[in-house]
Design a protein around this ligand. Sequence first.
Ligand code: ATP
Ligand code: MG
Length: 422
Amino acid sequence: MKFSAPKGMQDILPPDIYIWQNVEEVARELFHKYGFQEIRVPIVESTDIFIRSIGETTDIVEKEMYTFTDKGGRSITLRPEGTAPVVRCYVEHNLYNLPSPQKFFYTGAMFRYERPQKGRFRQFYQIGAEAFGVSQPSLDAEIIVMLKNLLEKIGIAGLNFELNSIGCDKCRPDYKNALLKFFKSKLAIYCPDCQRRYRTNPLRILDCKVPGCVELRKGAPYVKDYLCNDCREHFNELIFSLKELKIPYTLNPNLVRGLDYYTRTTFEVTSEHLGAQKAVAAGGRYDRLVEEFGGPPTPAMGFAIGMERLATLLKEKSEQKIPSPKVFIATLGRDAEMEGFKIAESIRSSGCWIEPNYGGASLKSQMRKADRIGAEFVLIIGDNELKAGKVQWKNLKNSQQGEVEIKDIASIIQKLSDYIPK
Ligand code: ATP
Ligand code: MG
């Protein structure tokens, strides 16, 4: 019986895992400089948390959630995204009593029951950041700059920052009405999904990828023309800041995002190298969500990066450095093997990756193994070497070899590496 991973879910193995670890390390270090602290929230939450925040008529809630009843009869959902759990956590622990802003980041698995395809999985990973307590557009700008810096630091260039404002509770109804009016006359020839969206969530028609609908919505009312004064000012100030900070962006009036909780700023970072699923990261403001979760009115803003799509870009970009052991210890006989284990321990304490021999094999096959696993050095220990308190060494990269006293091994490993031609 052979098993495979669940549909749409994948194993992340070495050497790919090193790409992921590097992104996570760089993000941790960089986010810290902007005052974002890590939090870890559960992988499951009460289903209501997602329905209330993401919205009943969104794709995620209607079609994509992994929802089940636990043994206590509660409806539980594997988190499809990180913002709602972080807001739940912020309110539950009264974090609004701490000085504003409070800034957090998280990394972890998300789950959506989607049709698996390139760049779209049922379990995928995000790095997300959320900041609470600042309504000024300078926060929006800072978050966008932080994201840009991260993407640059890990070596991804040529990304496009798409930007929009979808207004607030005050101005969005007017915009919705204008859209309804525009769509109404040709509604019958929109796709079935858009006909449903017309009734439930008309803004999402702007986001439809069906070519016929893309054509039909040309000339649709532009959200920018419907923003109230406050929202317009917020958006203009954000644009001004991005210009000052020299962050290139494109205005995309169709960027409405698939989650209901957004207000004002929405943005997406896209790459032309990813095919249809081209968004690497996405986010926006959600100034009403904390209040909806029972907290005091607290403006907030965040984003999430899709790790799989980022890893795809990084893999395409350059040849990957694959870590390998520095030293392999070849041993002949039980006594030598024991000595080999002791030597391995002393070298490890100096900080390098070392593989011992686990017994049995001939010297020839051990040498072959050392080569196959990419070791830089082999130390060879047999009975004669043991008696003399010495080991043979061989540099597999340049074939130099010699002998060294056992007590000196750890200290000369570093020196021996210097012999490796660069
Ligand atoms: P998309 O338009 O690609 O469906 P989305 O609007 O559903 O994205 P968000 O909820 O904003 O995505 O998630 C932020 C990021 O997480 C996306 O930009 C993408 O990089 C990644 N992401 C979302 N869904 C998936 C998935 N099913 N598989 C892999 N990555 C995903
Ligand atoms: Mg989606």
